[in-house]
Write a protein that binds this ligand. Structure first.
Ligand SMILES: Cc1cc2nc3c(=O)[nH]c(=O)nc-3n(C[C@H](O)[C@H](O)[C@H](O)COP(=O)(O)OP(=O)(O)OC[C@H]3O[C@@H](n4cnc5c(N)ncnc54)[C@H](O)[C@@H]3O)c2cc1C
Length: 383
């Protein structure tokens, strides 16, 4: 590593880790810094499980990114950690005149990604453990699945280190400068680099409060793991897929590694401070998760709670990522706004940032600071 690396990437979550790796692949010298270490429990990239899917309603852009990223994930994990991805399939659920599944099917057909539209009868036949209630139709994406997020992001950093990325554990102070940043102060000494990429997840608005305080909204999100009866394999793959009910604000993942059947509450929770917010799940959210089990998977309604986790979504106003150059500091880039769906896109985010730094590609309007100006917040839908 040269005295002055070309790029310092701050934050070794999935966005920063892949950015460091993709930058290195383009020949740049890179230092990657994380305050608590990659995959730490405060980061959003630390969970046991994240869904990788291609479907995104009519949003072909994100479907293409997902597909590209899936190849990159597969390439990275194939040889030495294939166990980190489980092909569970993903079952989307919708009700009444919701057209998002038909739109998803069209996009998936365009991208040659297999999927199957299912009416209510087909749903009941294929997934007898579910009580579908108001759900009228579904879409199964059979090649989608679940990745072990913490281990996978750590694998990305290991790969980056193998390729000579200088990885350090240190906390970075907010940057100072008038037109550019020369030196970055950290708890492990100063860093001097050509360009600084801040990929700090829910911490971004704390590091750049004036610029990002009204653009990114970290929220508290809760997930619960419930235990099936002894010997019952019906809540594990291949019998149980991952499933998503966007309108109901809930998703579920099969039991992987014996951790339990996961219920995730997707509606945005209250504002959350990633440093100070405590991570004890609330009883209210647990009752909601139990109510969902009782309605959807009644045989689990009295299942014991095995584990609960609190994690932060770093939401933009509409679910689009925020990736742009700082408006005043010409050698500072901001990468964040994962908004509860960013994990799968790590490889594409890293590739995009590397291209932007080379000036090779036009910026994607949806990611710009201008696009993330003053807007009324929306709950994500098919994100
Ligand atoms: C419960 C839950 C479920 C989710 N499910 C899915 C899913 O199924 N599929 C999907 O694709 N996505 C999912 N997501 C979203 C996805 O996990 C996030 O979008 C993604 O992990 C964000 O990554 P990040 O790199 O931006 O942030 P993070 O992973 O939070 O990484 C930021 C890093 O920056 C470091 N950092 C912060 N400040 C500093 C500093 N001053 N100095 C040095 N380092 C610093 C932190 O330590 C941290 O490691 C989910 C998120 C949650 C919370």
């Amino acid at each position: 590593m040269s005295e002055k690396p070309d790029v310092a990437v701050i934050g070794a979550g999935v966005f920063g880790a892949w950015t460091a790796l993709q930058l290195r692949r383009t020949g740049r010298s890179v230092v990657l810094v994380d305050a608590f270490g990659t995959g730490n429990s405060r980061s959003s990239s630390s969970g046991a499980s994240r869904v990788l899917r291609v479907g995104y309603g009519s949003q072909t852009f994100y479907s293409r990114w997902s597909q590209r990223s899936a190849y990159a994930w597969n390439e990275l994990l194939r040889d030495w950690r294939p166990d980190l991805f489980t092909r569970t399939g993903v079952l989307w659920m919708a009700r009444g005149d919701d057209t998002s599944l038909a739109e998803t099917a069209d996009t998936l057909a365009l991208l040659h990604t297999p999927c199957e539209l299912l009416d209510r009868d087909a749903l009941e036949q294929r997934f007898p453990r579910f009580t579908f209630g108001p759900i009228t139709h579904g879409l199964l994406e059979p090649d989608a699945g679940v990745i072990n997020a913490r281990r996978a992001v750590q694998a990305v950093v290991r790969q980056a280190v193998k390729q000579s990325v200088d990885y350090r554990v240190a906390s970075v102070s907010p940057p100072h400068g008038t037109t550019r940043v020369d030196t970055l102060a950290t708890t492990g000494g100063d860093i001097v680099a050509g360009t600084y990429v801040f990929a700090c997840g829910a911490w971004l608005p704390k590091l750049f409060p004036t610029l990002l305080g009204a653009r990114l909204y970290p929220t508290r999100q809760e997930v619960f793991f419930f235990g099936a009866k002894p010997g019952d394999r019906e809540f594990s793959p291949p019998l149980m897929p991952a499933w998503i009910d966007f309108a109901g604000g809930v998703y579920g993942l099969p039991d992987l590694e014996g951790r339990g059947f996961k219920i995730g509450l997707d509606h945005h929770g209250p504002p959350f401070d990633p440093d100070r917010g405590d991570r004890l799940a609330s009883n209210d959210a647990l009752q909601v998760a139990r109510m969902i089990l009782a309605r959807r998977l009644p045989s689990l309604q009295d299942a014991p709670l095995l584990e609960a986790r609190v994690c932060a979504y770093s939401n933009s106003w509409n679910g689009d990522f925020l990736i742009d150059r700082h408006p005043e500091l010409e050698n500072v880039w901001l990468v964040g706004g994962g908004s509860g769906h960013g994990f799968k896109h790590g490889p594409a985010v890293g590739e995009y940032v590397a291209d932007q730094l080379s000036g090779r590609d036009e910026p994607e309007t949806r990611f710009t600071l201008a696009q993330h100006g003053a807007h009324e917040r929306q709950e994500r839908r098919v994100f």
